[in-house]
Ligand binder design. Structure first.
Ligand SMILES: *Cc1c(COP(=O)(O)O)cnc(C)c1O
Length: 411
């Protein structure tokens, strides 16, 4: 069936909340995806930073298949083995506290917000406010949307849940002024993904840690995208040399299966009690087995170190494009979480041009492209991406010039 027919059926049957590219994938392996016609695409999106191990990783497939054959679901009324194994391993490699498992990044952040309120009620005289940064992204449920520092996303759904305060990102003074007796927690992405890969300064991260400690409030780091090797560190907070009270994880945790996790340190783990939070599916045997397999694969394949060195190579190749093309103005990010800034809002056109050439990139902002390849990406794939990106930019730039020429002629 031609893609046009699928597009028509989709628009008749799916709520129109997504803007999609006109391509349908039927298969994936490693850094490649294939459409129904058998055309291969090189994937520098990874399902938005989800398939860190690459598509169809055999270890995850095996773990999921075996678990499916044994036990799929029992609910959290009972104990299941993979959930406990995963919690132990996650805690051990991060904050050495405890975990709550949810089904997505937004749900992990919902749990974090409830943890903050639980902390405020128990330990800070009923403090309930959560401070977040402008341009942040924490999810699309109402509370996580309220936490998200993007007023244009709030506008259609007012009124927002109460208790969220937004401060300018990377402004230590503003954060210091915002923290008061009602502050339960500060929730931050250390590298803002949706904002087009904007890094916190190390002074800002250190100040966030110091100011929350002084106030007795929690510092919660949203590592939904940055976690599990993406930035060339296992967790982004490690690259900043700080230890938060809690982190949230999701995207690449089970290499494509839906899971979210709130991981706490020792003290913050006391902030939620029996009956105060729950989910039917969260931490089920299949997704936790997949996550455990993912963590083992990251270790065995040395993917954190690989992401760091592949990221360095990708960055230097992108820097050379900045030197060559006036449309490119900057490269941002760490590890394999990088963005290229354009001088004009041509990111969609560049992404479409790359798609036509068989390479997937993410037009995260109107004027920026984000690159989130699987952590297993190699030098040949990076070279191909850079070649295609350069070609796409030349094409888009030439079209722009001739269009400018035409409108000048008309004028
Ligand atoms: C993607 C993302 C979320 C939301 O995750 P969902 O699984 O889409 O709910 C939250 N925070 C950050 C930093 C993200 O990148």
């Amino acid at each position: 069936m031609p893609i046009e027919d699928w597009i028509a059926r989709e628009s008749a049957s799916i709520l129109p909340t997504y803007r999609r590219f006109p391509v349908m994938f039927v298969r994936g392996s490693g850094t490649s995806l294939w459409d129904a016609a058998g055309r291969e695409y090189l994937d520098f999106v990874s399902g938005i930073g989800v398939v860190g191990l690459g598509h169809a990783h055999p270890r995850v497939t095996r773990a999921v298949t075996r678990q499916m054959e044994r036990l799929t679901h029992t609910s959290n009324l009972f104990y299941t083995e993979p959930q406990i194994h995963l919690a132990e391993r996650l805690s051990q490699i991060s904050l050495r506290g405890r975990c709550f498992f949810a089904n997505s990044g937004a749900e992990a952040n919902e749990a974090a917000i409830k943890l903050a309120r639980g902390w405020g009620r128990r330990r800070r005289n009923g403090a309930y406010k959560v401070i977040t940064a402008t341009d942040s992204f924490h999810g699309r449920t109402l509370a996580t949307l309220a936490a998200t520092g993007q007023p244009d996303k709030h506008a259609p759904f007012q009124p927002m849940p109460d208790g969220f305060v937004h401060v300018p990102f990377n402004d230590v003074g503003a954060l210091e002024r915002a923290i008061d007796d009602e502050t339960a927690a500060v929730l931050l992405e250390l590298i803002q993904g949706e904002a087009g890969v904007q890094e916190a300064s190390s002074e800002y991260a250190a100040a966030a840690r110091r100011l929350t400690t002084e106030a007795g409030a929690l510092l919660i780091v949203d590592e939904v995208l940055t976690g599990l090797g993406r930035t060339g560190e296992f967790f982004a907070y490690q690259g900043y040399g700080i230890e938060p009270d809690a982190i949230t994880l999701a995207k690449s945790l089970a290499n494509g299966l839906p899971i979210g996790a709130l991981v706490t340190g020792h003290h913050a783990g006391e902030a939620l009690g029996p009956g105060e939070h729950a989910t039917t599916f969260g931490g089920g045997p299949v997704v936790t087995a997949a996550a455990l397999a993912t963590l083992i694969a990251i270790d065995q394949e040395g993917l954190v170190t690989k992401a760091a060195s592949a990221g360095e190579f990708l960055r230097s190749e992108l820097e050379s494009l900045v030197a060559k093309f006036p449309l490119f103005t900057e490269v941002r990010g760490r590890g394999l979480m990088l963005a290229v800034q354009f001088s004009e809002p041509l990111a969609l056109k560049v992404a479409v041009s790359c798609l036509h050439k068989g390479v997937l990139v993410n037009n995260v902002r109107p004027d920026a492209i984000r690159l989130l390849p699987p952590l297993v990406v190699g030098k040949p794939e990076i070279e191909r991406l850079v070649e295609v990106l350069a070609h796409a930019v030349k094409e888009v730039w030439a079209a722009r010039e001739s269009q400018g020429q035409r409108s000048a002629d008309v004028g």
